[in-house]
Design a protein around this ligand. Structure first.
Ligand code: UDP
Length: 459
């Protein structure tokens, strides 16, 4: 096993996550992994969604002022682009200053900085580090398929797939990038030009770094990883599932309601539908009503995460469920504002996962061997759902307008005794086993972690 001590010097790895839950978690998991291999860790972070330093006493933290950042988390592609550019703009100068000061201090210690691992969306900050002589590694939160799609984005535009011209084209296949259809691609009618520019900068941020780190594993995306390795000039390290390799890292921005685990303990095996749409997606009031009645009418036990701010136009702190929902589901379900999701998914009582298909949630569902009901919202989520229902065939997608009847039918397909649900569950278990194998001794991700550690040691 490669460790930081291999060259006799103590090495420090710097991290800078993008300040969203789904990006902070894997970065801390990777930090935990490298810390366990003997590296010292410094986490730079924006003040927006700042991580809790007290949960990681072994790490140093450097808070970087982010004046001028929008206060709300984004829930559309356009808002996400604006947010990402704002983080880069706001943090550039203060990050340069703080990194230069840290490098100065390190010179006086018997420790040196090996590299910066930063989110691939921190386009400017990766450049700042390299400008100060610090090598960079880009961590991308997303699938290999998704990154492949980003590298192909100019081609997709040149061939007329994007921007989408007519809704009748949405189901057309993207012949150069199977299994995607046009509707599975990240797109924004309102901000196509900006999206194209940001994605091209993300690809440049990766290709000008010393390597790309992906939270995925070979058996899940063998062809996609092989294609990336053929086409990228930088090494690709698929080291996932990171949450399984480094499970102890606690980086939740919201307080997790652990009481739901006790409730799960009292439920029959594989009986509960777990429903969560992640940390950013928002739903309309009418979709909330259809979701609620679909869940109620399914007759199944459920655990539903209603995050503050989930419903557009509703006060963030109080989400009202439709009249009659409580009575219809009494004794059969639990609603929480935030759950310990990894533990919930790993609980034997959970038999189905209704997810928005954020990459972390998708991967966590895969590793738990739980079949998924997919309802993607934006960005890479449609592409992830496409892999769940079409490639891995471990779930179903609810397309189009959300209606309670469709929800009820999808839950019944997913969790019902016969086919096709039984096949989905079987394949989900096979994927769970390959995820475990990938991080076992000589597993593909374990080998990649060793290669990553050796690379960092040599930087
Ligand atoms: N999560 C959680 N509790 C919840 C819902 C989500 O801890 O109640 C975690 C989940 O385990 C995942 C992250 O939040 O690691 C969400 O990331 P994802 O990429 O799935 O979606 P995003 O929030 O970025 O849309």
């Amino acid at each position: 096993m490669a460790t930081a001590a291999a060259g006799g010097r103590r090495r420090r790895v710097l991290f800078f996550p993008l300040p969203y839950q789904g990006h902070i978690n894997p970065m801390f998991q990777l930090a935990g992994l490298l810390h366990a291999r003997g590296f010292s860790i410094t986490v730079f972070h924006a003040r927006f969604n700042a991580p809790d330093a007290s949960a990681h006493p072994a790490y140093d933290f450097v808070s970087v002022p982010d004046d001028g950042m929008p206060a709300d988390s984004p829930d559309t592609v356009q808002a996400t682009m604006d947010h990402i550019l704002a983080v880069n703009r706001a943090c550039e100068a203060p990050f340069r200053e703080r990194l230069a000061a840290l490098l100065e201090r390190q010179r006086a210690r018997a420790e040196d900085v090996a590299c910066l691992v930063a989110d691939s969306h921190l386009l400017t900050l990766l450049g700042v580090a390299r400008g100060l002589g610090v090598p960079t590694l880009a961590l991308r939160m997303g699938s290999a398929a998704c990154f492949r799609c980003l590298t192909a984005f100019p081609m997709l535009c040149d061939k007329g797939y994007l921007p989408v011209q007519e809704s009748s084209q949405l189901d057309a296949p993207v012949v150069e990038l199977p299994p995607y259809r046009i509707c599975d691609l990240p797109s924004s009618a309102a901000a196509h030009g900006q999206l194209r520019e940001v994605l091209s900068r993300v690809v440049t941020a990766v290709t000008t770094s010393s390597g790309l780190i992906l939270d995925t594993f070979d058996a899940l995306e063998a062809d996609e990883l092989a294609a990336l390795r053929r086409n990228l000039a930088v090494p690709v390290f698929d080291v996932g599932p990171l949450h399984k390799l480094s499970p102890a890292a606690s980086s939740s921005l919201l307080r997790q309601d652990r009481g739901c685990l006790d409730w799960l303990d009292g439920q029959p095996p594989a009986s509960v539908l777990y429903v969560s749409f992640g940390s950013l997606a928002s739903v309309s009031a009418s979709d909330l009503v259809e979701t609620a009645w679909g869940i109620a009418n399914s007759g199944r036990p459920f655990l539903w995460v209603l995050r503050p701010g989930l419903v557009r136009g509703a006060p963030p702190s109080s989400i009202s469920l439709p009249d009659g929902f409580d009575a219809a589901t009494r004794g059969r379900g639990v609603v929480v504002s935030w759950a310990p999701q990894e533990e919930v998914l790993a609980h034997p009582a959970v038999g189905g996962f209704w997810t928005h298909c954020g990459w972390n949630s998708t991967l966590e569902g895969v590793c738990a061997g739980v079949p998924m009901l997919c309802r993607p919202f934006f960005g890479d989520q449609m592409g992830n759902a496409r892999y769940v229902d079409h490639v891995w065939r471990t779930g179903v997608t609810i397309d189009g307008e959300l209606q309670r009847g469709k929800v009820e039918a999808a839950i019944s397909t997913l969790m019902g005794a016969g086919e096709p649900g039984a096949g989905m569950r079987r394949r989900a278990l096979e994927l769970k086993n390959s995820a475990a194998a990938s991080i076992g001794e000589a597993g593909s991700s374990s080998v990649n972690v060793d290669m990553l550690v050796s690379l960092i040691q040599s930087m």
